[in-house]
Design a protein around this ligand. Structure first.
Ligand SMILES: [Zn+2]
Length: 124
């Protein structure tokens, strides 16, 4: 996996780091239910995001995550709105589709497995 480039990751806020953690976590949940192993940790992460290394995904999902993380880290907007409300929509449209699918699937899966406590812990 290529190293994730980052022009302004020193000013990542706690919220942004949390958002990316949730995305990596949800992608790993989605991956383990949809894709075949082998799965590996993310690599090439910038220092602020090293904790994302514990999430393992197949190569396709790692590609996707590094793209998503890179986009987010290099977002040109001052306010960095939630991507959903963003007017630029810098994600490739197939990846945007995948983000939606991953969040929907994994959110439901965690609720079904009674892991709302985890979700709670992450979101609040
Ligand atoms: Zn996968």
């Amino acid at each position: 996996m290529a190293k994730i480039s980052c022009v302004n990751c020193s000013d990542l806020t706690r919220k942004e780091i949390k958002d990316l953690k949730i995305l990596a976590w949800f992608t790993s949940v989605y991956c383990s239910d949809h894709h075949e192993p082998p799965r590996e940790s993310l690599s090439g992460l910038p220092p602020q995001l090293l904790s994302l290394e514990r999430y393992q995904c197949c190569s396709e999902c790692r590609e996707f995550l590094s793209y998503a993380i890179e986009r987010r880290l290099n977002c040109p907007l001052e306010e960095r709105p939630v991507c959903k409300h963003c007017k630029i929509h810098c994600y490739r449209s197939d990846y945007r589709q995948k983000v939606r699918e991953v969040m929907r699937y994994s959110g439901k899966a965690l609720i079904k497995r009674g892991r709302l406590d985890l979700l709670w812990h992450y979101l609040f």
